[in-house]
Design a protein around this ligand. Structure first.
Ligand SMILES: [Fe+2]
Length: 186
């Protein structure tokens, strides 16, 4: 699969599944992805962080458990599904923050006063089935991870990317940065 074909494939995933609601939020998967990516872009984040923000929830587009699965107590493990897909072509600078973005929520709930209280109701609900706030030793270990800073930055963009009706650049605007991050075909 060439770079362009991989990007087309991702584009088709968003075209076919991007209108699914983002969990219990008032935005779609596509709106959420574009808002997160645009937050990274406007913050001047490096290309890998922009792509991680764009694709952090691609795992939700790869399962058919329903956008209400957290309501039914099911953890879709979307971060692991997403990484399995993305790791075929994208480097750890993209895939590691994606893999860690749920852990980063558990981290921030434990490390940052007020973070848990500011989470959306849907995020609080999924937190419970994702393991709840980290304990002290989990926090210490997480802070030592080489992609800790990028994972926390992605988490903050994820949390902020839930604004109904916000205008963002379209998916096509992020094609060049996605192609830039892709490894050549094996
Ligand atoms: Fe997300």
């Amino acid at each position: 699969m060439t770079r362009a074909e991989f990007v087309d494939h991702v584009g088709r995933l968003f075209a076919t599944r991007g209108s699914d609601l983002y969990g219990g939020e008032a935005v779609t998967q596509l709106e959420h992805a574009l808002q997160a990516a645009d937050l990274a872009r406007t913050a001047g984040a490096p290309p890998a962080e922009i792509v991680a923000a764009l694709l952090h929830d691609v795992g939700h587009l790869l399962h058919h458990l329903g956008d209400d699965c957290a309501d039914r107590g099911i953890d879709a493990r979307h971060e692991a599904r997403g990484v399995r897909f993305l790791a075929k072509r994208l480097p750890p600078a993209v895939t590691e923050p994606v893999r860690l973005h749920v852990a980063a929520k558990r981290y921030l709930c434990a490390a940052e006063p007020g973070y848990l209280a500011a989470l959306s109701p849907a995020s609080v609900q999924s937190l419970a089935i994702q393991g709840g706030p980290m304990n002290e030793s989990e926090r210490t270990e997480f802070e030592r991870h080489p992609h800790f800073v990028a994972a926390v930055a992605l988490r903050r963009r994820d949390d902020a990317a839930k604004v109904p009706g916000l205008v963002t650049p379209p998916f096509a605007a992020f094609r060049p940065v996605l192609e830039e991050c892709l490894a050549p075909p094996a």
